[in-house]
Design a protein around this ligand. Structure first.
Ligand code: THU
Length: 165
């Protein structure tokens, strides 16, 4: 075979915790704030409740939850509600950590929920903007927790402002 390409292999890794109890106290507390926040989600169409809690460099915590709409694409995910809210009320303050969790109807979600593609892109924007890695902590309703030290783990080969120069 005459292959005219080489391969770029991208690997990514996550920390896996058996439960939130294995996180440090601050991260566990942030995750609990995300769990609380999902209770206020407005999700009458999917009944899929998502909560996000963001810790900023100045110690402030800002939460968000998914907000749906009868015109479905007009709704917004929890992660973006939280991160836009944080940027709106604390402009210029880098994001340190975002914790995300969810509750689905009919069963107890024990698999961590990863942010959707659009939310990854938005998290990447703030990571690039401030030049500081954003830690991402993910859980379902209970059980295993995944954590990554940067959005790079979730969005390898990301498009960001560096390409616009
Ligand atoms: N959702 C989020 O809030 N975050 C995600 O990363 C994935 C999906 C919301 C959007 C919608 O309200 C519901 O979950 C079902 O897709």
């Amino acid at each position: 075979m005459n292959q005219k390409f080489t391969k770029l292999v991208v690997s990514t890794e996550f920390e896996v915790y058996e439960s939130e109890k294995d996180l440090n106290a601050d991260e566990n507390s942030l995750l609990q704030k995300a769990q609380q926040a999902l209770k206020n989600a407005y999700a009458p169409y999917s009944n899929f409740y998502v909560g996000a809690a963001i810790l900023l460099e100045n110690g402030e915590i800002v939460v968000g939850n998914n907000q749906e709409n009868a015109a479905y694409p007009s709704g917004l995910c929890a992660e973006r509600v939280a991160i836009f809210h944080a940027s709106a009320i604390h402009p210029g303050i880098p994001v340190k950590t975002i914790a995300v969790c969810c509750k689905a109807p009919g069963s107890v979600m024990e698999t961590p929920v990863p942010p959707c593609g659009a939310c990854r892109q938005v998290i990447a924007e703030y990571e690039t903007k401030y030049g500081k890695a954003i830690r991402i902590i993910m859980q379902g309703e209970k059980g295993k927790v995944y954590a990554s030290t940067s959005i790079e783990s979730l969005l390898p080969l990301m498009f960001n402002r560096k390409y616009l120069k």
